[in-house]
Structure formats: C-alpha cells, structure tokens
Design a protein around this ligand. Structure first.
Ligand SMILES: Cc1ncc(COP(=O)(O)O)c(C=O)c1O
Ligand SMILES: N[C@@H](CCOP(=O)(O)O)C(=O)O
Length: 529
C-alpha cells in the first residue's frame, strides 16, 4: 500500500525538479532530473537516490573526470573569444582565448565575447536553477562561486586545467545596524568579496587567468611565468594561485606604498618580488613593457580574462537575493576593471533572462586618486590621467587607470554615478562600519562614504535596496586603523576613535574605571575619550 508521504506527493502536479549532478550530459549542461517533486521547496520530495561516496583512492578532480568519461567527454556547446572592446557589430577582429594577446589591432582594450546565441538556447529559469543547484557543494570545479558559472566564464576549459581555491560564494552581509543608525536605511547590504582565499576580490579573476595559463602551458605555448604590477591585492592573488599550480610568478610593487600584510603575501607564496621606486602607474607601465618582451603572461585586469571571473560576484548578488535586482551597487574604483566586471555580470543576467533589469552602479574613488571622478564631473568631456596622491585606500592609489573606457561604458549604460571621498570621510566611514561589527578595508570605507553622501543628498532613498561591494579584508589594513584609533593622523579629527585606556595592574583602579564607564553609559564615555 502506498505510504501517506507518497500519496501526498502524488497529489501534487509533478514538475521536474532540476538537481545538479557532476556528470555533464551532452547538450544539457549539468542538470539531471532526479525526482518529480515540484520546484516549491515546501512541497519537494526528498531525492529518490542517495549518491555513493567516491572511492577512497579517488580525489574530487578524478571523480569529476570519471563522470565526464562516463558521459562521453567534456566538449562544450558554448564558446568564447576575444574581440576588441565595444567594437560595434561590423568588426570581424577576434582571437582565440588560446592566443596570447592583450590589445586589439588598433591598440585598444579587448573583451571576452561569449556565444550568446548558444547560451540563449536555454531560458533564464534554466540558468537560475543550474547556478542555484551548484551552491554549497564540493563538486569539482563547481564548488567555486566562479566555476559554478563555468558556461559563462571559460566554457571550453577542461576542468582538469582549472586552478581553484573554491573562491567566491562570499557572504552578503545585511548591514542592519550601520544602515539603521547612520543612514536610516533598512535594506543595506555589504558584499564581502574580501572574505576570500587571499583576502580580496582579485581571487575571482585570478582563478580564471591562472587556469587559462595552466592550459596554455599544457598546450606548449611560450609562457614561462605570470607577472603583474600591483598595489597589493593582485600580487597576493597571483602569487597564491601560481604557487598552488607550480607556475612561477613575478610581481612589481611600488616601494613603500602597500601595506605590510599585502607585501608579505607574495613573499610567502614564493613570487619573485620587485619593489620599485615608483608608484603603481609606473609599475604598470614597466610590466606592460616587460611582458611584451619576455614570455611572461600579463595578469593585470588589462587582460580581459580576469574580468570574466570578477563578473561572477554580480551574478552571485542576484542569486543571493533570489534573483531580485537591487536598486544600487557601489564599487570602489582604481584601475577600473571591477566596475565593468560588475556591469558585465548584471548585463548577461538581463540578456539571458535571469532578471529583467540591472541595478544603477556607483563607482567610488578616493579624492586623492580621482581621475574617473574628474572625468565624470567634466560631463565625460575631458579625461586626464592624474598623479595619484597618497591615500589610506592605498590599493586604489592609481592615477592612470587601464580600464577607463570600460568604466565609462559601464556607468553610461547603467545610469551610473561617480562619487569621491576625502581621507577623513573614508576613515570615518570605515570606523563607523567597524563600530557596528564589520572590519572593513579603507576602500570599502570609500564606498560607504560615497553612500553616506548620496543618502544625504537624497539620490539614494531610505528604502532603496543598496549593495556596497567590500573589496578586501580589513585585516590587511590594520596600520591605518591603529593610526585612526590612536588619533595619530595629522589634520584628522578621528571622530569615531576608540582609544584604549591605560590602567595600572590594580583591582581598585580597574573597578573605578569600569564604574565610570557604566555610570556614564558606553556612548558618552566613548565620545569623551
Ligand atoms: C581592495 C581594492 N579595492 C578596490 C580596487 C579597485 O578595483 P579596480 O582596480 O578593478 O577598479 C582594488 C584594486 O585596484 C583593490 O585592491
Ligand atoms: N588594486 C590592484 C591594482 C591593479 O589592479 P588590476 O585589477 O588591474 O590588477 C592591486 O591590488 O594590485
């Protein structure tokens, strides 16, 4: 006799439930019908078959390979190639991703163009289900937030060539107290891209670039090592991913302009580290010259491969809101690849029917390194690189951003805005965020300071759903926090400083202090110190 549960399920209109399995049936990427429950999670039946644990002698890469072999190989029905950035429909220039090319014939930027017609053979609901089905698994390579979107990233790479730390899937933090206390907002979110393998969003792009390098080396292309110029985070990601794949890495750092934590990352990961007596823009110029002479592959975001990984953070945000589109996304900008990556991720989701619009983008710059802001203020009339001044947001101390055209394109096509923040504004915003339980980097402080201004001017409304992209981990920037909280910054009030109180090793003295603190109330006590 049928059980009560079976009768209950049989009374529901059966709709195929799509569940991811790591085998990839040809012409139907990575989806398998395993039960006939409805898609409504309240009504869904438990899966009918339990998966067997893989044999002890097999690792997750082997397991994925075995499944591909059973399913008849891993040939992809999707593809991508390099084209000149924003070339227009009549351009025929294109390059295979297996070529080593960073610039178009005319010297312009490149973009990775996907075969959208092939992707459009599946509807938005299909892609949403596919991506959702891969979250939270350890299946190679889909346990990564980047590679869980493989068909939209590098569709043709063999999973065996992928170098991944299961990056991505970062926390989308509801900034409840910060929103309520400082901005009268209740739908404010911080996408913590810096809570990641090497502590910044660069991991998202670097897994893609280093995986492609791994493939190029297996194809015997002339790539002896990989190199970048860096303000600290790109070099950390590059050296870690290269070390994990056994590929040599070379990093050019502006001497004395990056944090100690960032400097030690490539050193520890065994990179060849050159500390050069110039700024980031000087290092960038040098690495471009060097990589055009030597078989060292360029890993900066001038290389459009990086942006394919970085764009998955945008897809993830939509996914985390159950495919509802936020009103605003605020991104700190330096070399300006990331703002375009976000635009591209959102735009692909719109074009492929996962969502019906894209959010408005805000790019936030430090006032000490603000070439995009100045360009925006000129009505996009007059772009001039600047010499970037020193800023606590040291990773965006960039005066001649390589992706300027990409950023302008992203902002114009998303009804976007550019904002800037002074040193005091960005450090205050950082301290305010930290006082509500975050521990953010100064670049995220730039983005929050921009948000504070846009809220005050009424551009962003109290109930607008807003996402601030946090780009690095605060632990990389502890010196700036120490300077702020010890009020050791010339000309800065440090209004939100929380000074430690020195007290002798004496019970009475400690009790006196605590009683004062409790009597006055923590808030009053803090503002007096
Ligand atoms: C922590 C951090 N935030 C923001 C940025 C800016 O990103 P992009 O250069 O893509 O504009 C960078 C690097 O430039 C960074 O390292
Ligand atoms: N902040 C970056 C600067 C270089 O940016 P990239 O995205 O072009 O590599 C860094 O951390 O080096």
């Amino acid at each position: 006799m049928a059980s009560a549960t079976a009768l209950f399920y049989s009374s529901l209109t059966p709709k195929p439930k799509l569940v991811y399995q790591n085998s990839v049936p040809k012409h139907r990427p990575s989806l398998l019908i395993v039960s006939s429950a409805t898609n409504d999670s309240h009504n869904s039946a438990p899966p009918t078959a339990l998966k067997n644990r893989r044999p002890a002698e097999e690792n997750i890469r082997d397991e994925a390979r075995r499944h591909r072999l059973v399913d008849g190989g891993s040939s992809s029905e999707f593809s991508a190639k390099y084209v000149p950035f924003n070339a227009g429909q009549y351009s025929v220039e294109s390059y295979s991703l297996d070529e080593i090319v960073y610039r178009s014939n005319s010297g312009g930027l490149l973009d990775v163009q996907h075969d959208m017609d092939a992707l459009k053979r599946y509807d938005g609901a299909y892609w949403r289900s596919l991506f959702d089905s891969r979250v939270g698994k350890t299946t190679w390579p889909y346990g990564s937030g980047v590679w869980s979107k493989k068909e939209w990233v590098l569709p043709e790479i063999d999973p065996d060539d992928i170098v991944s730390a299961f990056e991505g899937n970062s926390n989308l933090f509801w900034a409840e107290r910060f929103g309520k206390e400082f901005l009268n907002m209740n739908d404010l979110w911080v996408k913590h891209c810096g809570i990641s393998h090497t502590g910044s969003f660069k991991d998202l792009g670097m897994t893609v670039l280093v995986s492609q390098v791994n493939r190029l080396r297996k194809l015997n292309r002339p790539v002896v090592g990989v190199g970048c110029a860096s303000t600290g985070d790109t070099s950390a990601a590059l050296s870690a991913y290269c070390a994990s794949a056994g590929i040599p890495s070379v990093v050019f750092l502006p001497a004395n302009k990056i944090s100690m934590a960032q400097l030690v990352q490539p050193i520890a990961n065994g990179a060849f580290v050159l500390s050069i007596d110039t700024d980031f823009d000087g290092c960038m110029k040098l690495i471009r010259e060097v990589t055009s002479e030597l078989p060292i592959y360029l890993a900066n975001s001038l290389n459009s491969l990086r942006l394919e990984g970085q764009k998955t953070a945008a897809i993830e945000i939509l996914q985390q809101f159950d495919w509802e589109v936020p009103d605003w996304v605020i991104v700190p900008g330096g070399n300006l690849g990331n703002i375009y990556a976000f635009y591209k991720g959102f735009k692909m989701c719109e074009e492929l029917g996962l969502v019906d619009r894209i959010p408005r983008l805000v790019c936030a710059q430090s006032a000490n390194a603000n070439p995009l802001y100045l360009y925006y203020k000129s009505g996009w009339k007059n772009f001039k690189p600047v010499t970037a001044n020193s800023t606590f947001a040291s990773a965006i101390q960039i005066g001649d951003p390589v992706s300027i055209e990409r950023a302008v394109y992203a902002l114009k096509n998303s009804d976007g805005i550019v904002a800037e923040a002074t040193e005091e504004e960005l450090m205050d915003a950082t301290a305010q965020a930290d006082s509500t339980g975050m521990f953010i980097c100064p670049h995220t402080g730039v983005a929050l300071a921009a948000l504070i201004k846009l809220r005050k001017s009424g551009v962003i409304g109290a109930s607008d759903r807003t996402v601030v992209v946090s780009t690095a981990h605060g632990l990389k920037f502890t010196q700036s926090k120490i300077d702020y909280h010890s009020k050791a910054i010339d000309g800065m009030q440090c209004r939100f400083a929380n000074l430690p109180v020195q007290v002798k090793n004496d019970f009475g003295a400690v009790m006196d202090l605590l009683q004062q603190y409790l009597k006055k109330g923590p808030k009053v006590y803090e503002s007096e110190h």
